[in-house]
Design a protein. Structure first.
Length: 87
């Protein structure tokens, strides 16, 4: 055994910060009701209030998938840095 301390990767990395932003953005967008509590502009006859929320359903899905893919990549990188077999 050596007397050198074990070097661990940082817990908060830029990739993990992006993951957090991807998961936090839909919550902030939907909880800030004052930003979309209006009827104009209408889109194909649908008031802004409704189509904005439906748009966030699609955006939330895309952001969640992006966060998941980044998380898998981060886990693989950490496993390979440890020298273990990543799944």
């Amino acid at each position: 055994m050596s007397d050198l301390p074990e070097v661990k990767p940082p817990v908060v990395t830029p990739v993990r910060a992006v993951i957090a932003l991807c998961l936090l953005a839909p919550f902030v967008a939907m909880l800030w009701v004052g930003s979309y509590a209006k009827t104009d502009p209408a889109f194909i006859g649908i008031p802004f209030f409704y189509w904005y929320q439906m748009l966030w359903v699609v955006l939330s899905t895309a952001l969640t998938v992006t966060a998941y893919q980044l998380w898998k990549r981060d886990q693989r990188a950490r496993a390979s840095a440890k020298g273990g077999a990543g799944a």
